[in-house]
Design a protein around this ligand. Structure first.
Ligand code: AP5
Ligand code: MG
Ligand code: ZN
Length: 220
């Protein structure tokens, strides 16, 4: 493997815009978008053992145990489409996951290139979560107020039906935010010490956040 592989991590609380922005950065950087939450939902939809193991945790807004999560994501990173690197969304989420990722990348002569920390105030997060709608067919993300589809309930991209994630209710999102502060926020200091952290103001329009992110990876 070459030393040029680029691994960009999108860090940020639930509904900070990781998935929305990763879909745009994927085109811009020509790297695959790997989202641990999407991998779990895919497994759940296909009723795999992994999906069934993850379900109870996801429904409560708790983290799926590290061993299950690490094995799933490292397996995905073995796929040939990651030969130039990847954009990681929602992983790592604990120090244990970050250390496992560092070890796996080091084995290939690689390391985390940049971590983009998307910051958004809690009250904005709750509003974003409760209005989110997702295409059943292609996974495109909308918001009933901030990013509505042209026709209510129908995907602009593929015409698929839009649905609401079962964990996108106010009670669960408050727990997800709490879990984020306790278990994931320590990663900010972890990556800052490694000199790879960039702060991004996520409390702007979707386009403005995209511009800030593009500027933060312009030298890669
Ligand atoms: P996951 O799917 O990763 O959920 P999350 O981290 O809670 O993040 P979201 O997907 O909710 O938000 P997002 O940042 O992608 O925001 P989006 O772009 O959609 O994880 C789900 C569960 O899986 C976890 O709770 C856990 O159980 C498990 N899990 C996953 N990874 C794990 C791991 N590593 N370890 C253990 N367990 C794990 O945007 C949100 C909404 O806001 C959308 O409607 C969008 O249109 C709108 N929006 C976006 N940007 C803006 C903007 N700038 N202005 C206005 N609206 C905006
Ligand atoms: Mg997401
Ligand atoms: Zn669609």
């Amino acid at each position: 493997m070459s030393e040029d592989r680029t691994f960009v991590i999108l860090l940020g609380p639930p509904a900070s815009g990781k998935g929305t922005q990763a879909a745009r950065l994927r085109e811009h950087m020509e790297l695959p978008h790997i989202a641990s939450g999407d991998l779990f939902r895919y497994n759940l939809k296909n009723e795999t053992t992994l999906g069934l193991q993850a379900k109870a945790y996801m429904d409560r807004g708790e983290l799926v145990p590290d061993d299950i999560t690490i094995a799933m994501v490292l397996d995905r990173l073995e796929q040939p489409d990651t030969h130039q690197g990847a954009i990681l969304d929602g992983f790592p989420r604990t120090i244990t996951q970050a250390e496992a990722l560092d070890r796996a990348l080091a084995e290939q002569g690689d390391k985390v290139t940049r971590v983009l920390n998307i910051q958004v105030p809690d009250e904005v997060l709750v509003e974003r979560v409760t209005g989110r709608r997702i295409c059943k067919n292609c996974g495109a993300t909308y918001h009933v107020t901030f990013n509505p589809p042209e026709e209510e309930g129908v995907c602009d991209v593929c015409g698929g039906e839009l649905y609401q994630r079962p964990d996108d209710n106010e009670e669960t999102v408050r727990n997800r935010i709490r879990v984020y502060r306790e278990q994931t926020a320590p990663l900010i200091a972890y990556y800052n010490e490694k000199g790879v952290l960039e702060e991004i103001d996520g409390d702007q329009s979707i386009d403005e956040v995209t511009e800030e992110l593009k500027a933060a990876v312009a030298d890669l």
